[in-house]
Design a protein around this ligand. Sequence first.
Ligand code: PNW
Length: 460
Amino acid sequence: TPLDRQNPIATLPPSFRWGVATSAYQIEGAIDEDGRTRSIWDTFCEVPDAIAKGDTGEVACDHYHRMPQDVALIRELGVDLYRFSVAWPRVQPHGRGPVNPAGLAFYDRLTDELLANGIEPWVTLYHWDLPQELEDAGGWPNRDTAYRFADYSMFVFDALQDRVKTWTTLNEPWCSAMLGYAYGAHAPGRRDFAASMRAVHHLLLGHGLATQRMRAASDGRHEFGITLNMGVATPETDSAADRDAARRSDALGTRIYLDPLVHGRYPADLVEDLAAQHITLPVEDGDLEVISTPIDVLGVNYYFSETVSGVDEDGNATDATGLPVSRPIPTGRPITAMGWEIVPEGFTQLLTRLHNDYGLPMVVTENGSAFDDEPDETGFVDDQDRIAYFDSHIGAVALARQQGADIRGYFAWSLMDNFEWAYGYDKRFGIVRVDYDTQERTPKASAHWYRDTIKALRAS
Ligand code: PNW
């Protein structure tokens, strides 16, 4: 069948599922309530210059206190699904030991509120808010954290499994490992590449342990998965150096996760690259069997793709420390407020490639964009740029489906403007505007567009 490139969104079937997504630390606030302890993000927010304008998650969208109104907002969008994350330091304040019923109760109420409004809850167990006490004990580079994560996961599973069908263990382990432990841009702000590679393995191990235990406790009605952020890396030229830069970017961004998850082994080229830097992944007997425990769905988060060069401005293939160069090259495409290039065709390419190489059912668990929104005097934002981004990227998903990729749903990032990590409140990804002075929520033009698009597809 020929591809329908004219109006690809119209080719999505009525069974395709739609949602909006958030995460705990980015919206909840209430950081000291009902027994919650500090997470690595509370600590990181106190580091001078770590976060733009010194913003913190102390109040965020005050969602912890406004949850029922926010669920009503989701209902108005007419979506099927809501993806939220559970804050580990609320549920198990010391990262080990007893559960905190008052913290767990919030997610219990949220789940009930969603179901009462006809919205299916999708739970993410870890969206980056590690209890500080576990970081003090070594964090993700420490193997014990994987076992602690599996224990914590079981507390949440036991409490919500009667009402929540779909379970995601980790959100974007690349961000946890690389931004958190190698680049120092995210909590806990460490700059140690060897530590980040240990973190990768223990994140994957934690995913596998948690999946095995939840699966064993399940009556078979649940679905389990993990969410990865990925893009495609295109070599700037056909030179060996540029092609090698693209290969390394793909190894560290995609294959380092999916090869062990699906095939039960780390990529040979990556293991070789690491050996050249005197780094070995801390794999113990049986780990890869645990990590490759079958999953039911792969969550894909897509924001941008990159063109990369393997040489610096002076043509050198290695940097001052002797490591190979991998440098993103601007292509002249339009960018978002994050500085990320808008590359919808990269999304189609990514999804078809994931289908061909890994063959998993997929759901887009995040996709969206930040732009410099300009509200009118009523707080309304006419965000045609964000609508164009959604339109082209949902179209890209539809094209990948036409080429055989098994993609079952799409979550817009994000329900509302929120704490955008190191960028604080300056970068707005919401389809609903948040006025941080009044906490007033105002749906943007993109929220109306999203609702109307979903409605039209259901009627077709
Ligand atoms: C994701 N990168 O983070 C997260 O899952 C969200 O919490 C976040 O708000 C959203 O994307 C927008 O940033 C990412 O540097 C952070 O490539 C950084 C990158 C990708 C995703």
